[in-house]
Design a protein around this ligand. Structure first.
Ligand SMILES: C[S@@+](CC[C@H](N)C(=O)[O-])C[C@H]1O[C@@H](n2cnc3c(N)ncnc32)[C@H](O)[C@@H]1O
Length: 286
């Protein structure tokens, strides 16, 4: 990201020339998660319709706790693309079964401002929050109708941003699907630090100290043990929870992230399976 920093070493923001607003800087693989997101929102339109007027009253909300500014610059391609909030917004609109409400949060106020303007320019309206995700989740859950069918895309940069308590709280709503980005790259790069100072792992995957043998020198075994423990926590969220997981790799085959889909109902998992069967690099059932 050489061009992201000025002479002062302070991060510069790149501006999207089409709207004059800031963007995120991403790798080419970001498009892959957006593609899954787009397909899910499209495929779920029938399920959504049952919770929207006139058929239902609970509503169907779309939630992002790590929204970014709504547009991104792909470094490798030198191209500007929609960020996940705009991908989701446009996909819902195109499916003709719009979501009933949008909730967007980001820790950076500049991102929130840019996204606010972009959604408004598209003629949309949303609730915006500028908090740490673990605080925003409480405000958003309070605003949701528990009788609705909701969908949360959780897309933090790293493990630190996603305490397990966030997932637990969302899973307490009876019908909330989640698509969760887990950065295996972060775990690989920072494993030693995370083990030495256990606070990130304590929040991301409570109970890991009792479950994972960290005395072994085999780092890969430690990483596998940690991720298996996290998957166990997901599985224990509730008896009706079903999950599917997908590994997204970089151009040189390096493992970058998991996209973990968590659904509290059969239909959600079926939809996700259909989506994953298209253009898949690698997929696991848990
Ligand atoms: C991977 S980016 C999101 C990209 C976006 N979902 C997309 O695909 O266009 C992660 C975002 O999380 C925000 N962030 C970092 N730590 C956070 C936290 N603790 N709570 C909420 N947002 C956070 C960052 O400002 C950044 O915009």
């Amino acid at each position: 990201m050489a061009d992201q920093f000025g002479e002062t070493g302070v991060a510069k923001r790149i501006i999207d020339p089409t709207d004059g607003l800031i963007v995120d800087i991403v790798g080419a693989w970001a498009s892959e998660k957006h593609e899954r997101l787009r397909k899910y929102i499209d495929a779920a339109h029938g399920a959504r319709a049952r919770y929207l007027r006139p058929r239902g009253m609970g509503g169907a909300a779309y939630i992002e706790l790590f929204s970014g500014p709504g547009r991104s610059f792909v470094e490798d391609d030198k191209a500007f693309i929609d960020g996940s909030p705009l991908v989701a917004y446009k996909a819902a609109k195109k499916s003709r079964t719009n979501v009933s409400e949008l909730h967007f949060n980001d820790l950076e106020s500049d991102n929130v401002d840019a996204l606010h303007q972009r959604i408004a320019k598209l003629g949309g309206a949303a609730s915006f929050y500028n908090d740490a995700a673990k605080k925003a989740v409480d405000k958003i859950i309070y605003a949701l109708n528990p009788a609705g069918l909701h969908f949360a895309f959780l897309d933090p940069y790293n493990l630190q941003g996603l305490p397990f308590s966030i997932i637990e709280k969302l899973a307490r709503l009876p019908r909330t699907d989640m698509l969760i980005h887990v950065s295996t790259f972060d775990l690989q790069r920072n494993l030693r630090r995370y083990l030495d100072d256990g606070r990130v792992l304590d929040a991301f995957m409570p109970g890991w100290r009792d479950r994972v043998d960290i005395k072994t020198t085999n780092q890969q075994a430690i990483r596998a043990g940690l991720l298996s423990h996290w998957r166990g926590l997901i599985r224990n969220l509730g008896t009706s929870t079903a999950e599917a997981i997908e590994l997204v790799s970089g151009p040189k085959g390096q493992r970058l992230y998991w996209l973990v889909f968590v659904s509290a109902h059969e239909l959600g998992l079926r939809l996700w399976n259909d989506i994953c069967n298209v253009n898949v690099q690698k997929r696991f059932d848990l």
